[in-house]
Each structure stands twice: as C-alpha cells, then as structure tokens.
Write a protein that binds this ligand. Structure first.
Ligand SMILES: [Zn+2]
Length: 151
C-alpha cells in the first residue's frame, strides 16, 4: 500500500481502519436506541455483509455505508485521479458484494436499510438528522412488505 495510494485516498483508508465503531455508525445506533430499538452486535458478525445494526425483533439489518468504499455515486465517491482501473475494479467488487449481501438477507426474510455517510453529513443540522431518523423508525415499525429503505 505504498505508491498506488494518493494522500486523499490514504486518509480515507486510515479512517476506515479505525474499526467498526466509526462515528457515523455510532450516530445511527444512538439515534435508533433513543427511539426505543434494541440490538445485539454479536449476531451481526455472522450475517451476510456484516450489518452495522441488527434489529432482530423487526428482522431489519442496517448498513451505514461510507460513500467512497461502497461507491455511492455522490461527490464523496469520486475515483482518485491515478490508478483508475485499479479503483474501478476494487470498488465495483465492493458494490457487487453489497448487492449480494442485501439480496441474500431479503431472501432470508430480512428488510435492509442503507444509510449513506453523505446523508448523515448533509443533515448536520440536528433537526434534519432527527427527522430522517424519525422516518427510518416509522419505516421499521411499518408494513413489512417494503423490504428496502435508503437514506
Ligand atoms: Zn454519498
């Protein structure tokens, strides 16, 4: 991991290896907890894609995705100028893995939530973040025939 990584990408990598309890994940966990949801992180480890939050009671798996690594397509997911082929290949494999995990979960009767990091950032205003989490909470408790929610 020496020459192929430009400084911008390196800082993203450093951010990603801080571990599973990154700030955005904590933010979402705290918000769901405040809305009465309870979850266990141990079961998440054995599930496809290792969801960030698993709501066993509601059969809901929540993923908090970093825009770069999961290639969101927003301004936070632009490819580095150098080694584009390398990054395109790597990131498209991540996207495929995400899709497979989501499909496997839905097939097994789970509902899947994707929260994008940019959505958390752009709702920096406390009130709009809370409003978004309210919408998510309503969706979780609502009609289980809707299997996919993206924020
Ligand atoms: Zn994004």
């Amino acid at each position: 991991m020496s020459d192929i990584v430009d400084p911008k990408v390196r800082s993203r990598i450093m951010a990603s290896i801080r571990g599973r309890d990154t700030q955005p994940e904590l933010q979402v966990r705290r918000a769901l907890h405040a809305r009465g949801f309870r979850f266990s992180s141990s079961s998440a480890q054995r599930m496809p894609g290792r969801p960030d939050v698993v709501l066993q009671r509601w059969k809901v798996a929540v993923f908090v995705h970093g825009c770069f690594w999961h290639w969101h397509g927003c301004s936070g997911s632009r490819l580095p100028r150098t080694n584009r082929v390398f990054w395109e290949d790597k990131l498209s494999r991540n996207v495929e893995r995400d899709e497979l995990a989501a499909m496997t979960l839905v097939t097994a009767g789970w509902r899947v939530v994707i929260v994008w990091e940019c959505a958390l950032r752009s709702s920096r205003a406390r009130s709009s973040f809370e409003a978004a989490m309210d919408r998510l909470a309503i969706w979780i408790r609502a009609d289980p025939s809707e299997v996919f929610f993206e924020l």
